[in-house]
Write a protein that binds this ligand. Structure first.
Ligand code: NAD
Length: 263
């Protein structure tokens, strides 16, 4: 029986690239996305479902349905996400709430639905997409940084607890990746100057945006090695090292990098 995987946010960017890598390895993949799930699934030759990760019942139905249909749930990739960016004094509570709903509650809903099934099975792998913004303090996108730090904490703590049940947990922490996310910041919310400049800022800070298919290959390698945090590319690992070496120095370096990146 083929291994099964659900990839939320699998219609685009990192999720889509991860789905492609899993399909290459013979995994039975279900793409779950608020947009384009069916068409992407048709294109890639896998299953697809229109699911909004902010809807806990819908996520539970999806995960429970897959387990009932296929008899097993091997991977739950909680990857769907959006970016909210702007100076903190111009952001509204709507920016914060939307960010918490999609990037944090979306992951919580995936964990709530998948983890008990995996514990009962005695196996499974939960993979949460956080960000480098979950490891280093990133200004001008505080709601985003807040959710990603939370996803890192959730993932590491669950990893400890889950090990006793044969369930594995990892978090993905990429730097700037070349995906549509950088062009569609603050979706459905008032746009900000920083939001409009997200891609430009990414290029200025990281020099070259990392391709989504490279992230996906790194993710597969990281999962094979059972890495707790998959931090890519090397720019992200250097930035993370600096935080661990000296939080004060890292705040200084981030301030300098932000000054250089802003027009
Ligand atoms: P993307 O925009 O290409 O893909 C995100 C996908 O999530 C889209 O298909 C979108 O429709 C889906 N989605 C959004 N809201 C949803 C919802 N409520 N329910 C279900 N699906 C929803 O972006 P991406 O860069 O591939 O982002 C994937 C993940 O990677 C996100 O969690 C993001 O925060 C994270 N990430 C991205 C970058 C980057 O620079 N692009 C860096 C670090 C982490």
């Amino acid at each position: 029986m083929a291994k099964t995987a659900i990839v939320t946010g699998g219609s685009s960017g990192i999720g889509r690239a991860v789905a492609i890598e899993l399909l290459r390895r013979g995994v039975d993949v279900t793409i779950a996305d608020i947009a384009g799930a069916e068409s992407t699934a048709r294109e890639l030759g896998c299953s697809g479902a229109r699911v909004d990760v902010t809807d806990a019942a819908a996520v539970e139905d999806l995960v429970g349905g897959l387990k009932a249909d296929r008899g097993r749930l091997d991977f739950m990739f909680n990857n769907a996400g959006i970016a909210v960016a702007g100076r903190t004094d111009e952001l509204t509570l709507d920016h914060w709430n939307r960010m918490l709903d999609v990037n944090l509650r979306g992951v919580v809903h995936g964990v709530q639905a998948a983890y008990p099934i995996m514990v009962e099975q005695g196996f499974g792998y939960i993979v949460n997409t956080a960000s480098l913004a979950g490891l280093i303090p990133v200004p001008l996108m505080l709601p985003y940084t807040t959710t990603k730090y939370a996803v890192v904490g959730l993932s590491l703590a669950l990893r400890v607890e889950a090990a006793a049940h044969g369930v594995k947990v990892s978090a993905i922490c990429p730097g700037f990746v070349d995906t549509p996310l950088l062009d569609h910041t603050n979706p459905g919310l008032p746009q900000t100057e920083i939001g409009r400049l997200a891609r430009t800022i990414g290029v200025r800070v990281q020099k070259r945006l990392y391709p989504a298919d490279a992230v996906a290959r790194d993710v597969i390698r990281g999962l094979e090695r059972g890495q707790a945090l998959i931090v890519v590319p090397s720019f992200a690992r250097r930035a993370w090292s600096l935080v661990r070496l000296s939080p004060a120095l890292s705040v200084h370096a981030t301030r300098q990098a932000t000054r250089r990146a802003l027009p």
